[in-house]
Write a protein that binds this ligand. Structure first.
Ligand code: P6P
Length: 340
């Protein structure tokens, strides 16, 4: 029977022509990420059965209790990126400092990767979907060990970015700057197969995604925008629907398919917002812009922000073009930018 789907590997090779001067390193790097994703997926799907849920007792750099699956996922992506030979250093949510890959092959590799190996891990124990987010840059330092500057490049400099969502099905969605493509894991053959070619986020939508439990601490612009979403006006399809899974990748992916806006603004508990610029905001901003959407901190384009540290946080307004624009209007009218 003729093969119906294009596998991730076949697709990467076919699209290698997008990079006339590349020698296949980025292709191999994306393949390495796909391999780790399949291994993590296998464990995520068994988490309820295996003794690998529940706190491992340690804390990550965020001071959050590390779930065993967090630790496992981090180890798998580091191992796959290390053995693949195309990445010379990694910045991970689970590690305070950057990780140098010093094997003979990797230390001169062209790329660095920032990664949130398992985002939304507080949902592991309640069987809610979770995800991985990654961002790939070409190193700018010349030889030797990678430096902080290799990681603190603006989001516009990403050569690729993507996410994996471990949900009702497991999907890998990524972009190399030539559009966004989604692959669904077919467990029967153990391959990611092209299921969502050339993804575009709907230009407008009727879903807003935010933790309204923090309402009293939101900037006035966010409070006013939420009230706008809740006003009844048939002509503009309001009131909108509120959907909040509490897992960024899941909320983002739903909006990519159906349209919508996800907002994590500054709050009293998180004055710079909660989400991380390097391995959450930048990669998703890269993808959403490639799909026709927008991503800002309420005032400034995420991809233009100059990172200052590996784990810095920033407010995030991301999703359908018209919805982000409208939210920004309220921010510009009723709030002031965070001093960066
Ligand atoms: P809150 C998960 O911890 C996460 O980083 C995102 O996946 C999610 O959208 C957000 O934080 C949830 O945060 O404060 O609403 O529980």
């Amino acid at each position: 029977m003729a093969q119906k789907f294009l596998t991730l590997g076949q697709f990467i090779i076919e699209r290698q022509a997008d990079f006339p001067y590349a020698k296949g390193e980025l292709s191999r790097l994306l393949r390495d990420i796909g391999i780790a994703a399949k291994i993590v997926n296998r464990e995520v799907n068994k988490a309820g059965l295996m003794d690998i849920i529940g706190d491992v007792g340690s804390q990550n750099v965020q001071g959050e209790a590390q779930k065993k699956l967090d630790v496992f996922a981090n180890e798998q992506f580091i191992a796959a990126l290390s053995s693949g030979g195309e990445c010379c250093a990694i910045a991970s949510e689970e590690n305070d400092e950057m990780i140098h890959i010093e094997s003979a092959v990797s230390k001169n590799a062209k790329y660095v990767v920032s990664i949130d190996p398992l985002d939304g891990s507080s949902n592991i124990d309640v069987n809610v979907s979770i995800g991985t987010i990654f961002s790939i840059y070409r190193r700018i330092s010349l030889g030797g060990l990678a430096t902080m500057n290799d990681f603190l490049q603006k989001g516009t400099q990403q050569v690729a970015a993507g996410y994996i969502t471990y949900g009702s099905s497991t999907m890998l969605v990524y972009s190399t700057g030539h559009g966004v493509n989604g692959f669904t894991l077919d467990p029967s053959i153990g391959e990611f197969c092209l299921s969502h070619p050339d993804m575009k986020i709907p230009r407008d939508g009727v879903i807003y995604s935010i933790n309204e439990g923090n309402y009293v601490h939101f900037p006035d612009g966010v409070k006013k925008y939420l009230k706008y979403c809740q006003v009844e006006e048939e002509a503009t399809n309001r009131p909108y629907s509120s959907r909040y899974i509490g897992s960024l990748v899941s909320d983002f992916h739903r909006n990519m398919i159906k349209g919508g806006v996800y907002i994590y603004p500054s709050t009293a508990k998180s004055p710079k917002g909660k989400l991380r610029l390097l391995y959450e905001c930048n990669p998703l901003a890269f993808i959403v812009e490639q799909a026709g959407g927008l991503a800002s901190d309420g005032f400034n384009r995420i991809l233009e922000m100059q990172p200052k540290s590996l784990h810095q946080r920033c407010p995030l307004f991301i999703g359908s073009y018209e919805m982000v624009k409208k939210a920004e209007e309220f921010m510009q009218k009723y709030s002031t930018p965070e001093v960066q």
